[in-house]
Design a protein around this ligand. Sequence first.
Ligand code: PGA
Length: 248
Amino acid sequence: MARRKYVVGNWKMNGLTGAIGEAQAIFAAAADHDGVDVAICPPFTLIGAMVAAAPGSAVGGQDCHNAASGAFTGSVAAPMLVDAGASLVIVGHSERREGYSESDVDVRAKAQAALGAGLSVILCVGEPRAVREAGGAIEYVLAQVAGSVPDDFDAARLAIAYEPIWAIGTGLVPTVGDVEAMHGAIRAALAGRFGAAAGEMRILYGGSVNGDNAAELLGAGDVDGALVGGASLTAAKFVPIVAAAAGL
Ligand code: PGA
């Protein structure tokens, strides 16, 4: 089964109510590009308003707790995201793994909770610069995949996002050869574990994707789309990435 391209905006801790118009413009433009799935993950506070402003569009959270409810001050549970109208969630972003000490075990539990609540999941992995420079990037990332991808799920609902930490927000990107080597290794590891179902799992690239480099990065072997931070905040910057994905 051919995998549809998937372009996802991660707004991180950016966006007040006034930014909803950008999301509407992005989703309106995305509707002109048939072959691409487009989603936006705004801050929790904007999910409901974004869904209301763009009914039927894919809106997601940037994290969730692994419990369905309880005494976890400040956290948001997967069923709450569903309740707010979200259809997906990012888990294991490096800003969560590093800033909030989330382990592979934590990320796996979050992914499991999200899938159990009916959400699609974008599960992030990626190596720090020192690991890349020491030649250990593939081994490091495959260990994250092994430790954080759950065992039993509907393959079409789980995407992996490979995001080298040193490429996030820096303007630096790996070579296409390095991206292909990593994505190929992730695909092979998933196939070894899940068999034919691995063919349905999308593997996104993330880290300094923009309108100028999107066609090259998204055209690389085994790259099924992009997770985009900074360039997803405005339609002017994000729509060209969607268009590049549609043109492949
Ligand atoms: P960036 O962020 O596109 O701003 O590099 C990507 C991400 O962190 O998901």
